[in-house]
Design a protein around this ligand. Structure first.
Ligand SMILES: [Zn+2]
Length: 73
């Protein structure tokens, strides 16, 4: 995996992301990512980026006035 910014090698790592939802802050921990050893740029694979979007969408739903939490989760 190469850095999208500078092209240097990037290694697998984990990171946290804080996302402002407008009515609160969502923090996602232990997100698998790649980190550039040169410029510290962090980037995600397509799968991970998609998963983050799903988590954000789910968090928005959960934080609305009516809360529905599925038993199977
Ligand atoms: Zn870089």
């Amino acid at each position: 995996m190469k850095c999208m910014k500078c092209g240097k090698p990037a290694f697998a790592s984990v990171t946290s992301e804080a996302i402002e939802l407008g009515f609160g802050l969502l923090v996602i921990r232990d997100i698998p990512c790649y980190k550039c050893e040169e410029c510290d740029e962090i980037f995600y694979t397509g799968d991970v980026a998609q998963k983050i979007e799903e988590i954000v969408a789910e968090a928005k739903m959960l934080m609305q006035e009516t809360r529905v939490i599925y038993y199977k989760r």
